[in-house]
Design a protein around this ligand. Sequence first.
Ligand code: M6R
Length: 609
Amino acid sequence: MCGIVGYIGSKPAGDIIIDGLRRLEYRGYDSAGIAVLQDRAIELRRSVGKLSALVKALESNAVRGTVGIGHTRWATHGRPCEENAHPHTDCTGKIVVVHNGIIENYLELKKQLQQSGHVFKSETDTEVIAHLVEARFNGDLLQAVQGALAQVRGAYALGVIAADEPGRIIVARRDAPLIIGLGEGENFLASDIPALLPYTRRMVFLEEGDLAAISADKVVIYNSGGETVVRKEHSIAWDAVQAEKGGYKHFMLKEIFEQPQAIQDTFRGRLSPEDGAINLDGATLPAEAVRQLSKIYIVACGTSYHAGLVGKFLFENLARIPVEVDIASEFRYRSPVLDKNAVAIVISQSGETADTLAALRLSKQGKCPVIAVCNAIGSTVSREADATLYTRCGPEIGVASTKAFTGQLTALYLLAFDWAGKRGTLTGDTLLRLIRELWEVPGKVSEALKSSDTMRSLAKEFSQARDFLYLGRNINYPVALEGALKLKEISYIHAEGYPAGEMKHGPIALIDEDMPVMVVATAGKVYEKILGNIEEAQARGGTIIAVATEGDEAIKSKTSHHVFVPHVDELFSPIINVVPLQLFSYHMAVQRGCDVDQPRNLAKSVTVE
Ligand code: M6R
């Protein structure tokens, strides 16, 4: 939530910062701003709305200078308007701050600062930081920021520059991500990796409570105790091109079509279809610990939570371990019974989701080991977990998560196979058969992607619907939830995901000719039951769109609208069945003229509670 970019070197800072912000716009897009230092003066530009508005403003009023910071905002405190857009300044306009996070005690601090004469120009929590730094600044920006942060409570990733100390940017982080990019005679800062990929692959991830002074030729990092520390430099293999649209109209569509590759990359080198060997390289539990496991908690938010719901079926069916799946914002406020014989699996694409992180920390406090399934290398979740099984999806830019979901499912198959093997709950032959089936999944996903044209036609027909019901059963109930979430978030149509068998206990009352019903009805042990549910919905006037298995003549004759996907073992059906649902929501959003990659009110990475 909110994206920060900074640059110090010898090139025009404005261009680099705007380019980086463009790559971070998925983190927030209700206003944007930039501050650049030139001749010991700050040039500040801010605009309401998307980054394009700022770019337009800069065309007629450019910034010059080789040091600067920029921000793209997702509003928490204060409505989206120019005054509330970052960067924020102190009373003199010489100290400038960009911030991602929430300062919890800002009202109290603001009152104190106002009493001592500081004049505030915005409604934001961030502005207190600029004034706190101003109150302490006597030529040493590092010390002033250190002192200011000692007074604040809350979450922050921030960048600060001062007109009177033009040679460095001071940055700090606590409970919000911040990365330093290392260059030759230049250095960078950003909230997330994609912002810096065209400039450097050498990145340092700041840790909780770190503060750093960044100049063109040097980066000095201090820990929360004020001691100088060296943080590991990572070399990022992601390709800058992966963070571009590459000929697709939207990132979401590109990412949907990248799924076969993302799935394959996630399992490649980790299991062998020849002999069934599984090697998760430490991103799992030792055999003895797996045998002792009494329970698995899977905790996540949004789409990652839906992946977790599928995970429950996998671990219970294959490894015979009881599983509880929790939404992270609920888990953190209940009192889960945690101990060392349980394990928490936290799932997060970004690795920065505040609630998921809180759940991770709660689990660790309860002595419960934590395994993360995560996409973002070096993210907070991946650093704090006891082990991380990375999905290898590359950067996911579209706010609606797609390839991260199927990557997460792949990682959960790997873990479930590994644990079933260690517990001996599957015979070697069965395990080998499943591993070979997983090997075939990328090809089947490619087949399922061919449903795009059908989904486009269906979207044309149903684009004016106001409500949608999504039904699924058993391992495909989470797929119904995920399909409904996709539709809601990018086309703003009310959609509810429901277990099909539960329909008659309430939602059936909603069904009439104005309520289309999307049913996941592929082959499997509840297929006959689903056919029954389809009949029930049709008897109430509902129009069914069925996702069915290729060659299913019964569905063809029973439903007026259907789409076919290739046959797979039921265990793998979620990873295939979700594809037409993703495509449907994409085409619906396009039909309705919605902003697919940047839906209203949302941000890609939810770093505040
Ligand atoms: O980065 P995370 O996986 O932790 O994010 C969790 C959710 O915020 C995310 O899946 C969200 O629901 C997406 N917008 C869904 O498309």
